[in-house]
Design a protein around this ligand. Sequence first.
Ligand SMILES: [Zn+2]
Ligand SMILES: [Zn+2]
Length: 737
Amino acid sequence: MPPTPEGRECRYVRVALDVPLPGLFDYCSAQAVEIGQRVIVPFGRRDLVGMVVDLPAAPAVAVEHVKAVSMVLDDLPAMPGDWLAMVDFAARYYQRPLGEVIMPALPPPLRKAGAYTGQRAAGGPVRRLERRLEKQRKRLERLAEQPGKSPDEPPEKCDPDSAASGHPGLGPAPAGGVNGSDSVPAIQAPSLNDEQRQAVAAIAAVEGHGVVLLRGITGSGKTEVYLHAAQRVLAGGRQVLFLVPEINLTPQLERALRARFDASGADAAGTLAVLHSGMSDGERLEAWLRAFRGEARVLLGTRMAITAPLPRLGLIIVDEEHDASYKQQDGLRYSARDLAVWRGHDRGVPVVLGSATPSLESWNHAMQGRYLRVSLTRRAREVALPAVRMVDTRRLKLEQGFSPQLLDAMERRLALQEQVLVFINRRGYAPVLSCTSCGWVSQCSRCTAYSVLHRLRGRAARLQCHHCGGQAPVPRACPDCGDLDLKPMGRGTQRIEEFLGERFPEARIARIDADSTRLKGSAAALFSQVHQGEVDILVGTQMVAKGHDFANLGLVGVLNADSMLFAQDFRAPERLFAQLMQVAGRAGRHRVGGEVMLQTDYPDQPVYRALQRHDYEGFAQYALDERKVLGLPPYSYQALLVAEGRELAHALQFLNDVRKLPEEDAGAYPMLGHIMLYDPVPLRVVRVANIERAQLLVESHSRPALQRFLAQWSEDLFRLGRESRVRYSLEVDPFEI
Ligand SMILES: [Zn+2]
Ligand SMILES: [Zn+2]
């Protein structure tokens, strides 16, 4: 072993740190340390937690500059090799420093130096958590010996960063609890129809790695297929990773999983763990540890769960695989779905991608034979799909955005005591406030965007910017001409709710959007009102479209879909189709005669025509043909560089500089012939919060060429970015352009 600068024996360690610098950092450790272990090291004036990713024989910098590791953290075993391989792949593929990928993949308490070195560290967060769980277990044992005492008393002491008590399924084991982590509770599964049985068999027949694209129309019982596939894997003693776009919007799925896999009273710590960003740091740590130790047999989570360590992984399920939530929009801009496919391949386990409207990328893979295609075409309850009707609004006089046809249909459904859903993807009262005499419109002072009129409680209102979150009072008079006649233009969910209250005074109306569900638990409360029949008309944004199974819903009215039809992003029609299919699928899932009415000025648009026929395949074929002609993904591969600065000119200048660079340094870019660099352009909303933004699109017909290009280019970007006044971000496989 080489000596430390102080003359002690030590060994060199290469550490990944979450700092905005490329590369890894060499230290020396007097204590034994393994690859995959965490260490605390001095960095500048701070102490940071990092992960050892290599044990080099000699440091990459001069020996006298190598500092010593402050502490080797041994509260956890070293992270396994497959986990390290995954984060390494993600860092290379998405062009980020390894430390910026590794550290955020750990629960927050495991990456805070203060959690180990502070006065109250008491051995660190893992040992504190274990002691607390042990205490809870003992307390419950005592309580069980004293009948008559309720086990619902508050715990003696609650560590501020530890799990909240009473989290369902993560709670303490009851008296006499046995460690049942190897026994899967008996499963009373409903019987499957032929299609579902074939789908389960197809998944079971996958040997090693393979991707199954499960396309099932809404109501066809995809969840049952997932559960049966999971059950087989669990029975073999392996773990299942189950990804969903957003847990809070799919409580029904979580309940189904709990009922099926977490019901055993003998093992109340359960076989299920849940991981999502709405949890406290302590809850996340607990769930993550249970996955890491193999105690949690099913890990249900949002995109962040893709990086959880799962030693006995046997199956990955990605529900609603087309959903935009799988793509992280800042920091490491990864796609959890794509990482799931990589991880399945690396671990040699099957991956099931499920959707009623698969992404065109996945569908294309299936059509090319790379994914196995399995379809569920029948509704599990044998209820016919809802009839979709276009209401051509070109020559109609609308009342607050509603056609007479839609209002009549609502009246009929309400008379039959059925529920009605009005879908409009625009929250607030009105998208803009305007002066009737001079044409002034409400605009955010910090963004190139309108500010949206929002109603508060009572009659009060304010202007709110949906881009920067900025708020302003509603002016009494026009700031330009002084006229008092300011009028809201257009309609959002609040105004629709208000109008329907006047139009249907007997009806009970609820609104579900990002505003009405801001408080924790309020979304669940609103949905449960709908399920219990306490709501007649539900007004909602896309939040209502996901996963909910409304038994008594007879009619869905869709307003303002056209606004998405001509969006500039090439994926807009795909998103619109998926969203409308999902919304339409809410109608008539339990009863015959469900109906969807879509108001449009363009009833002949292929997106709407395909929707009317419930024809995903037709739509996908049409959209793929179009993309092939235009050379767009999945027929090409893209990366998007966004630069932002105080002035647009700076951002554009930076992009022009980095665009020219590869041509000037052809030796470093031998792949340039396969790369297309577009002209930098300002973003559609140029200024947000006083920052101006521009983008540059990079495209290639070859993914390896693009990857080689980006690896070289990101080094140049870093160098130029340091000298420039702009910030930049590079996104591989951008979702929105
Ligand atoms: Zn005016
Ligand atoms: Zn703004």
